[in-house]
Every structure is written in C-alpha cells, then in structure tokens.
Design a binder for this molecule. Structure first.
Ligand SMILES: [Zn+2]
Ligand SMILES: [Zn+2]
Ligand SMILES: [Zn+2]
Ligand SMILES: [Zn+2]
Ligand SMILES: [Zn+2]
Length: 631
C-alpha cells in the first residue's frame, strides 16, 4: 500500500486480504494512524509489470449482472510486484494499492493538540524504506521538540455506506461556530478505553468543552449533524445528500466495512451442462415438441439440427427439455433478479457420474471401493478434490450492515469507482478439498420428520422476523420475507460442514480460518445434498494433499465419527443444547455456539447463521436428528 501524495509504501496487506478483511473503501489500521483504500480510479496497474488479468468467464458474467457493472470486462489482481526485499527503493516500492490517511484528524500524544492534516500542524515522516510500518506523523513544534501524533480515533459512518470525519469543531461548540476564532485550536484529552466514554474535547480559544460520550449511541445521534453523503475513497459527495443518521465508529470497529464478493470454482463443463447448453441453443425447435417420447423420437429422426443430440438418450433429452421449460417459466417472473447462479455448474461437476477429465484447475478422485462401509448410512458419495481453483471478485462494500448473501438489493453496496469501471479487483487461489454427498432419501425422510417440529417452526419464524425487522423498509412494493429462506436441509448440511471443519482443524493442526465451505442444498424444486470443505487461502498451512488425505477411507471414518460424537455435547450445555432461535433476537441459530460450532467469518459462507446441532445428531431426543444413530 502506498499513501499518495507521500508516494511511498506505508505497509503491506496480502492481496487475498483485499477481498475479505480490507479492500476499496476500508480503513486499514497501521501502528500510528489509519489509511483508507482508495477507489479503482486511483489504482495504477501501468507501473506493475507483468500482471495478468484473471480468467474466469463464469464469474465475470455473474459480476456483470450486478447493477452498475455492465461495463466490467476484466478481473484484475491487485497491483503487486516482487522485488521489494532486494531493492526497497526500486520500482516495486512504487507499486501498490493506493491509500490515503483517514481519518485526517490527528492528536499529539504529548500536548493533546487536535488538528486536521491540512492545517499543517503535523508533518509526515516515512524515512526508512525498509521499515514502512514506521511511517508516522509528528507534531514538529511541540514544546520545542518533535512528538508523535496519532490518528484521532473517531469517524462517522451511515447505513448508506458513507464515511466522514468526526465533526470536532461543530461538536465541541454544540452545533455552532467558535465565537472567538474562525479556525479554533482544539485539544483532545483521550484517557484510553475502547469507547468514547473518556475522551474530552476542548476549544483552546473559547474554553468550550464537551465529552465525546454525548455523540455516542441513539441519544448521541441528535448531537451530530446530518450525513453529508461523503465517499472519501472516491473523493466525492453524493449529489443527493443522504437521509441516514450517521453513527460514531471507533477505529478498528469491525462494522466499518463489509465486502460484497462473488466467488466461483473453475469447473469444466459437464455432460449435463453441455446438454443444457445445446437444448437452449435449439429451444426454438425443442420447445414445440410436446407430444412425449414418440414425438421426440420422430423429431430426432427428421430434424437435422437435432443430430447434435446423438450422445444422449430420448429420456435424458426429454428430462432436460422439461427442466429448461420449468426454468424458463420461473425465469419469466424473476429474471435478472438477484445473484447469478454460480453453484449449479459446480454441483454438476462434483456429482457427474463420470468425473470430468482432470485438468490444471480441477481434478477429482473417487475411491474405487466407494463410500467406506462404516459410512454408507451417512454419505452417498465421497470425492477427493485433488485440485481446485477459486476466483473471488470484489464488487462493492457496505458499512454498518453486512450485505445480504442472497439478495444484492437489500443492503445497497457502495461502488468501487466514480464511473462505471471496466474491471473489478479479484484474487485467485488454488487449493484442494473434500466433497461429500448426503443420501437424498435420508434427507427427504428427515425433512418429513422435522417438518412439523417446533424447532423448525422457530427457525422459520425467526428468519421471517429478522428479515422484516431489518429489511422491510428498504423494499418498496411486495416484500416477501421468506423468499430467500435457505430451507431446512441447508441447516442440517451447514451444521455438518461446520462439524467437519472444526474436527479437521483440530486433527490436522490446520488453522480453521484457512478452510472454506460451500453448501449445496439447492431449492425445493431442485434439491441438492452436498458439502465441499476446501482450502482457499494462498498461504494455507499444511502441504498439498493434507486435506485430501482426510478423505482416505480409514481417516474419514475416524474423522466423521469424532465430529458426530463430539457434536452430541458442548461445554456450554445445557444452555447450548436447549437454545432455539428467538424471533425477537437477532440470531438465526439453535443449538450452536462458539464452543461447539462457530467458525471464523472468512470460513463460513453464512456468518454462522443457520446452524443447529439438534438437526444432525440426537441431543435431547433422536427425533430431529439427520443421523439418529451415530456411525
Ligand atoms: Zn504536541
Ligand atoms: Zn471555541
Ligand atoms: Zn450517509
Ligand atoms: Zn455450543
Ligand atoms: Zn458456515
């Protein structure tokens, strides 16, 4: 990262982190101050030699479907160059993600003078190229000596994603100006603590004082000016202003930035998707064939275009025609609405009866002996994913509230650039994984068992209330709170995924944050039953093959036994075991907590929601468990 106009590195962030924990618009804490990652207009790929755009057509297409992204034609890695260690002043030192100090209000750690950088009270020092983290601001004339100045810790943010300086002058003078000076001098007495309870502001010129406590919380909102609609990463103000109330955030608050990303695995087209593509290509003809197998057979003999389908039987073709017809009927109502379906081709690649040809980005392996006998009631398929490649694109960000994983419209993301960008930042990682499929008939029988249960009713009710509380005022017109309900089987599969992730991490000494999950639960019409646990960080510990080897028959049996048996208890029981989602509270999990089920934010695809041990193993009684008897 470099901080223009200071034009030198002030720190480094791994490119992959630019997708998850920081990225365009986020504040990154450095030892003595914080910087804001600037918008894409300021990124410079020209001085980084040798970078290549990331190819993943499926993901690119999905990015382009999102509002404001029509012009996106490239996925680009963050500008980065090797060679900094060899030559700290060389070309690599000028390549990086551009940032700017934010907040730009600083406080002298000796005399407590509080001033903005443009007042020239503070000077920038970044003298040691080899130690960019020593970059700092100083109060040059403090009591005749140079003293360290640090960022004042407070900023304003609103739910529309705006970010602004804390209005110190306005606030200390209770909304007015200073009666004694046009540009009053301020002091900030910061007595520590992680909130603003002990921070007193004072005006040197007129003697006004005010505690920052009065800006905090619901009451504090009345003491703050309206949101100015500022996007400092773009150096713009929204022309229409903003109607949200700004809130005070302390530097380091985790809700200052949430990424909106899309990710796809590079999977080869399978027979199923090839057939679907061909059916769609010839839909003009095929849509008119309604007379059943006889008509289809006749048409295949006499319509030359249909010779393309010789590799498929009448039954296969007719099933695909019906599937495409149903999708088109559904699509007529919901077209271009929501996120693109990135998961179907992945599910098809993992479940295709004949595994796709292994390639550099994707290779699957099945044990010729099939699912180990001890696990035949647990899984219908076990697949070692020897190679996979995941590409993740950053498409926007939000503040205060995380974007909704299902619905891009609910929390409107902030754009990454001033105009329509022709590219978005992306990262690609290679890894490996384990794909497990739960028997469909087992899941169906379980769905019937839990359908009328109080526990499931509470999960559904809480989801409804949660969505209504959070989102109903953001949608004009018909708001269906249940539209993105992931379904009961999602909770069971998701819980199983967490159990396995935690056990793998414990057994193999992986940091669980280096593992990721994908749950393939499908929809009511198109049900699926798989989970993929995989490594997807560039610096994943463990050598290649470490995770895949967990799917070797003997190890897998041990792993699954331990995971399921440990799930029957939690050291927070009985509290944890008895927990049910509460329609009034903002949580969507049942028997689940940090001790037994939660994983890190970057690992879980749903923010640790939709988890409940009672749906997988018998706790309390066997009635609700997917596996009433453990292997
Ligand atoms: Zn000072
Ligand atoms: Zn004053
Ligand atoms: Zn705002
Ligand atoms: Zn627990
Ligand atoms: Zn999860």
């Amino acid at each position: 990262m470099s901080t223009a106009p200071y034009r030198r590195r002030v720190g480094s962030v791994r490119p992959s982190h630019l997708m998850f924990t920081s990225g365009v618009g986020s504040l990154v804490d450095l030892p003595n101050f914080a910087v804001l990652v600037r918008g894409l207009d300021d990124w410079d790929h020209n001085s980084a030699y040798g970078w290549e755009k990331i190819a993943e057509p499926r993901l690119l297409e999905a990015v382009r479907r999102l509002p404001g992204n029509r012009k996106v034609a490239e996925l680009r890695p963050a500008p980065w160059m090797e060679g900094l260690d060899a030559d700290p002043n060389g070309p690599a030192s000028r390549v990086g993600v551009p940032t700017t100090p934010f907040p730009a209000w600083f406080r002298c750690t000796v005399c407590n003078e509080l001033a903005a950088l443009d007042s020239q009270v503070f000077a920038f020092e970044n003298v040691t190229a080899r130690r960019p983290h020593e970059a700092r601001f100083v109060h040059a004339s403090c009591k005749n000596r140079k003293q360290l100045a640090v960022a004042a810790r407070f900023v304003l943010a609103c739910a529309a994603g705006h970010l602004d300086e804390f209005p110190y002058v306005h606030f200390v003078h209770r909304g007015g100006g200073c009666p004694k000076a046009g540009h009053p001098r301020l002091r900030m007495d910061d007595r520590g603590g992680n909130i603003g309870a002990n921070v007193e502001l004072a005006c040197v010129n007129c003697g006004e004082r005010r505690n920052l406590r009065e800006a905090m919380g619901k009451r504090g909102e009345e003491n703050l000016p309206r949101c100015r609609g500022r996007h400092p990463h773009l150096r713009t103000f929204d022309p229409g202003g903003c109607t949200e109330s700004p809130k005070v955030l302390v530097l380091g608050a985790s809700n200052q930035w949430f990424s909106q990303t899309l990710s796809a695995l590079a999977v080869p087209a399978t027979g199923a998707s090839e057939l679907q593509t061909k059916v769609e290509k010839h839909w003009d003809i095929l849509s008119k064939i309604t007379g059943g197998a006889l008509m289809l057979g006749f048409a295949r003999e006499h319509v030359p275009q249909l010779r393309e389908f010789t590799a498929w039987s009448d039954d296969e073709l007719s099933a695909m025609i019906e599937k495409v017809r149903a999708a088109k009927e559904r699509g007529a109502e919901t077209e271009d609405d929501g996120y693109a379906d990135l998961r179907t081709p992945e599910w098809e690649a993992f479940t295709a009866p004949r595994a796709p040809e292994p390639g550099p980005d994707f290779a699957l392996r099945r044990d010729p002996a099939g699912v180990p006998p001890a696990l035949q009631g647990v899984f219908a398929d076990v697949v070692q994913v020897e190679r996979l490649r995941e590409v993740r694109a950053l498409t926007g960000f939000t503040r205060l509230d995380a974007p909704d994983p299902d619905d891009p419209d609910l929390v409107k993301p902030v754009p990454l650039s001033r105009g329509d960008s022709t590219w978005v930042p992306a990262s690609e990682v290679r890894g490996e994984g384990i794909f497990l499929r739960v028997p469909e008939d087992l899941l169906r029988a379980w769905e019937e068992r839990v359908a009328g249960s109080e526990a499931l009713a509470l999960h559904i009710g809480s989801y409804r209330t949660f969505r209504e509380n959070r989102y109903s005022n953001r949608i004009s017109g018909g708001f269906d709170p249940m539209r993105h309900w992931p379904g009961a089987r999602y909770i069971a599969l998701h819980t199983l995924s967490h159990l396995l992730i935690r056990t793998i991490a414990l057994d193999c000494g992986y940091n669980s944050a280096s593992l990721s999950e994908r749950v393939y639960a499908g929809t009511e019409e198109d049900s699926r039953s798989g989970i993929l646990v995989y490594t997807a960080v560039p610096d994943a510990e463990g050598t290649l093959g470490g995770l895949v080897s967990q799917a070797e028959p003997e190890r897998l049996v041990g792993l699954v036994r331990r995971a399921l048996n440990e799930a029957t208890r939690c050291s927070s029981d009985p509290l944890c075991a008895e927990r049910l989602p509460q329609p009034r509270a903002d949580f969507l999990h049942g028997a689940a907590c940090h001790v037994c089920l939660f994983v890190s934010e970057t690992t879980c695809e749903r923010g640790n929601r939709f988890l409940d041990r009672r749906f997988v193993v018998p706790i309390g009684g066997p009635g609700l468990a997917l596996y009433p008897e453990l292997p």
